[in-house]
Ligand binder design. Sequence first.
Ligand SMILES: Nc1ncnc2c1ncn2[C@@H]1O[C@H](COP(=O)(O)OP(=O)(O)OP(=O)(O)O)[C@@H](O)[C@H]1O
Ligand SMILES: [Mg+2]
Length: 69
Amino acid sequence: MASFITPVLVGRSAELQQLEEALVAVQAEGGRCIRVSGEAGIGKSRLLAELRDRAVARNFAILVGRCFE
Ligand SMILES: Nc1ncnc2c1ncn2[C@@H]1O[C@H](COP(=O)(O)OP(=O)(O)OP(=O)(O)O)[C@@H](O)[C@H]1O
Ligand SMILES: [Mg+2]
């Protein structure tokens, strides 16, 4: 089923700050592995969509994988 991604991100400033710091650290030092976990519908995909946009702005190449139940 297609999901609707809301254009405006509400809150999540603390999480985004952590993720942006990780992007900076990756560019300076190399790879990181970050797990984003939470209940269904809590906003994991929306948060990662924001991170993707910020990573693109920093010239990262984006690779996406999916798995289904
Ligand atoms: N911080 C937020 N601001 C605005 N909308 C949000 C926010 N977080 C989530 N949403 C919206 O809530 C809905 C559910 O969020 P999302 O799909 O990101 O959840 P999820 O944790 O990835 O769910 P699932 O576990 O089912 O994959 C979406 O429409 C999304 O755009
Ligand atoms: Mg999701």
